[in-house]
Design a protein around this ligand. Structure first.
Ligand SMILES: Cc1ncc(COP(=O)(O)O)c(C=O)c1O
Length: 377
């Protein structure tokens, strides 16, 4: 346990209580209908190679922080795609193609979503065009190309790649599959979130403990909203929902604070690339504004260290492959547990059963290796 002594110095960055919290199952299931959730589970669980991802125990950390359980849902094992995103885009592709073989799927992505869409198209033998900005790494591009998709690089940022995707898709009659919703674009993102809700369906069968706290990371909020919808449908008791973000991209925290969907300015990108988002998706905003109890932000400082700790069995008996986006939940938990006031506020106690979502493995192998060696220094 000696190696965990240093954790005492870990801190979170910001903590915000949601003054508009009012968790109602019906409200959540109005924004992500129950039938979507049921259908997603029915379809995805019948796919070839479907396997429930492991619910691991961070048993060394739980002893150190004095909690009853800290569960880690290991999405690095999701369909060999190494991320929860495998559940979203690929499922949306299946639903919207409705068995047709002559359609072309398109999407703009920062990486993981596009991989899922490309994989979903390949499963169904559909052509696929994926648009990426100049900032998406070549490793991520290759991962997408592995599934037979054509990758189109667009100068500028994610928004530029989305614009180009829309322009060419309209011109060529390609079917766009985005995971980010707006007021007028809800159905396909709702399908992706319904896919993510499977995570909670599985957990409801993997443990008899009532989960008391869920730490879920957010970029645009799709994963968090899918998790909340799963909770509304499958959990008997509603746990505290704690949304975790990089401090450099805290668009959920800022939106909850002002009770308005807020676009923020990112001055410097976080190394948690999948979460470096400046504005929430519309449906997740509708859901999270009423259902997240707390928002917490963390810096990038301990991301590499956490990656190494997970791999080197410092927190658990088994070695865990969790890359940058898999770390902030655990980092936030440690920071909050170190602060007596925060511990009390969040009701983090010796009988707490905490869940963190290990949302990705080494999806970008090269970057993961760099993180590991930095974290081991
Ligand atoms: C690995 C990973 N984790 C978390 C997120 C955040 O998910 P969301 O944008 O749905 O909130 C992303 C988004 O791309 C991601 O790729």
């Amino acid at each position: 346990m000696k190696s965990l002594k240093n954790l005492k110095n870990w801190k979170y960055q910001k903590l915000l209580k949601n003054n508009h919290y009012n968790f109602k199952r019906n409200y959540v299931l109005k924004h992500l209908p129950s039938a979507f959730i049921t259908n997603a589970y029915k379809s995805i669980s019948s796919w070839k190679n479907y396997k429930v991802t492991p619910l691991l125990s961070l048993d060394k950390l739980k002893k150190n922080l004095k909690f009853n359980n800290i569960f880690y849902k290991d999405e690095s094992k999701r369909f060999h795609l190494k991320s929860f995103k495998a559940l979203g885009g690929a499922y949306a592709v299946e639903r919207i193609s409705k068995g047709k073989k002559n359609i072309v799927i398109s999407s703009a992505t920062a990486g993981n979503h596009g991989r899922s869409v490309a994989w979903g198209a390949k499963r169904l033998n559909l052509k696929c065009k994926i648009f990426v900005s100049q900032y998406v790494s070549q490793t991520r591009v290759r991962e997408i190309e592995k599934f037979g998709a054509e990758v189109i690089r667009v100068k500028g940022n994610y928004e530029n790649s989305l614009e180009e995707c829309k322009r060419l898709s309209k011109k060529n009659n390609w079917q766009i599959v985005q995971d980010v919703s707006t007021k007028n674009y809800k159905y396909i993102p709702q399908l992706t979130m319904a896919g993510y809700s499977i995570i909670i369906k599985e957990i409801s069968k993997q443990t008899n403990h009532y989960i008391t706290h869920i730490f879920v990371q957010a970029g645009v909020g799709g994963l968090a909203a899918g998790v909340v919808a799963g909770v509304a449908k499958y959990f008997k008791k509603i746990p505290k929902i704690i949304v975790v973000e990089p401090d450099r991209a805290d668009c959920v925290l800022q939106s909850i604070k002002t009770n308005k969907l807020k676009k923020i300015r990112i001055k410097k990108e976080s190394i948690m690339g999948g979460m470096s988002c400046n504005e929430m998706s519309f449906v997740p905003w509708q859901i999270l504004k009423k259902t997240s109890d707390y928002c917490v932000s963390v810096t990038d400082n301990n991301v590499a260290k956490m990656t190494a700790m997970l791999k080197d069995k410092k927190l658990s008996k088994v070695s865990i492959t969790g890359s940058e986006c898999a770390t902030p939940g655990v980092i936030a938990l440690i920071g909050l547990a170190n602060n007596l006031k925060a511990r009390k506020l969040l009701d983090l106690k010796e009988d707490s059963n905490i869940l963190v979502i290990g949302c990705e493995g080494n999806a970008d192998v090269k970057f993961y290796k760099q993180l590991l060696s930095k974290g081991r220094k």
